[in-house]
Design a protein around this ligand. Structure first.
Ligand SMILES: Cc1cc2nc3c(=O)[nH]c(=O)nc-3n(C[C@H](O)[C@H](O)[C@H](O)COP(=O)(O)OP(=O)(O)OC[C@H]3O[C@@H](n4cnc5c(N)ncnc54)[C@H](O)[C@@H]3O)c2cc1C
Length: 366
């Protein structure tokens, strides 16, 4: 009998589901709102493929002669979370006729999305601080590679590793695959994100038509929502995220929260840029780029002429989630117990200082 990964081990990548020869695995939403694989014991033939593809190992003691840069792509930054380096990379791939994969918002679901032209790039820009739905995206990448297309794929490191394991299992030729991963603090529950939108709509008695997880209109951080055609600035969702109470359970044991990486190039925020390179910092966002492989080197060489950059080091760019996973708060179970018993507003108010009166309208009629 195949044994399940516990929810503190499974990142929800879907590699297991796609290698099952009997389609015995499906993704089901857990009580916390995360998709988890579920095996239909009647269909399962105990072949062990799902367990094999899931043997994720990363040697965190290994070093790869990585190089590190602080980067700004000035004309891209306002819609991007950090210095806009993702857009510079994606644009270059798209201009060369490649396919780019990233994460877009669709009806308040974050979903992996395939794009082939620069008009679609706006949908992938910006971090969506909620766990993404993987869907059948690994199959799409496999199809593109099968047609000899050059592919850029990226997301959270666990999902990039899931793709690499899946492709290896299917013996797919990957010389045309380039990967980027994000430095990742952990992914919040999609269910709680939806609850947050619903609560906001209730409080304002109006639809939320857009949501920006980190708008730069005032500073590098800050969530904005478009409610009733007005831009509302709120720290309530960010406070919930950063409380770490609603991260996927596997995030507290994340083996990718280290400087050794699984992708060709790692992207993040260059925290501490103002300390190390004050002249480079303009408080509008600065990207961290870690080059991990020869392919990563090529990705970076190809965009050098379109960005501003300075070379840095692993020592300078180290931030908590490059050293260890986010800590599981002692009161996480209490938070969820209260959520089940008394509802979302009760829990977020009690544990995350939720207060709608702290929101404010930035501009009317944007
Ligand atoms: C859940 C999450 C946690 C993060 N935690 C950290 C952190 O602790 N420290 C840090 O330095 N950086 C973190 N980042 C990365 C950072 O927020 C920026 O995404 C990164 O620096 C790239 O910024 P950019 O300006 O180059 O591009 P942007 O234009 O902001 O591009 C955003 C990129 O992120 C991808 N993306 C967006 N949402 C998701 C998602 N939910 N899952 C997977 N991929 C997504 C998009 O496809 C795109 O490639 C995190 C990102 C996410 C999504």
């Amino acid at each position: 009998m195949i044994s399940y990964k516990t929810d503190s081990e499974c990142c929800g990548c879907t590699a297991c589901l796609h290698v099952c020869p009997k389609s015995a695995i499906s993704m089901k939403e857990s009580s916390e709102g995360f998709l988890m694989p579920e095996i239909d014991e009647l269909l399962c033939i105990d072949c062990g493929r799902c367990q094999k593809v899931c043997e994720f190992k990363i040697d965190n003691k290994k070093t790869n002669n990585q190089t590190v840069f602080a980067v700004k792509k000035k004309e891209q930054r306002m819609e991007s979370q950090s210095g806009g380096v993702f857009s510079a990379i994606a644009e270059n791939f798209l201009d060369l006729g490649a396919v780019v994969y990233g994460v877009a918002m669709n009806n308040f679901d974050a979903v992996y999305t395939r794009i082939t032209n620069t008009d679609e790039l706006k949908n992938l820009k910006g971090s969506k601080y909620v766990q993404v739905i993987v869907g059948d995206i690994y199959l799409d990448v496999e199809k593109d590679l099968g047609k000899n297309k050059t592919v850029l794929f990226g997301g959270t490191p666990c999902h990039v590793d899931g793709l690499l394991h899946y492709l290896k299992h299917k013996e797919v030729e990957t010389s045309l695959l380039f990967t980027y991963d994000l430095v990742c603090h952990g992914v919040p529950s999609p269910r709680l994100f939806k609850e947050y939108i619903e609560l906001t709509e209730f409080e304002y008695n109006s639809k939320v038509s857009d949501f920006n997880f980190r708008d730069k209109i005032l500073k590098w951080h800050g969530t904005t929502m478009i409610v009733n055609d007005e831009k509302v600035i709120s720290e309530n969702y960010a406070r919930m995220y950063l409380s770490d109470l609603c991260l996927r359970n596997s995030c507290y044991n994340c083996k990718y929260a280290a400087t050794n990486r699984i992708s060709d190039i790692t992207l993040g925020d260059f925290w501490g840029i103002e300390k190390f390179y004050p002249k480079f910092d303009d408080n509008k966002g600065c990207s961290l780029v870690i080059i991990n492989t020869e392919k990563g080197k090529k990705i970076f060489e190809d965009i050098k002429s379109s960005i501003e950059y300075i070379e840095s080091s692993l020592e300078e760019c180290k931030q908590p989630n490059l050293m260890h996973s986010s800590n599981k708060p002692d009161n996480r179970d209490d938070f969820w117990k209260d959520y089940y018993e008394h509802g979302f507003k009760f829990s977020i108010s009690k544990y995350c200082d939720y207060n709608v009166n702290k929101d404010y309208v930035y501009s009317s009629k944007i």
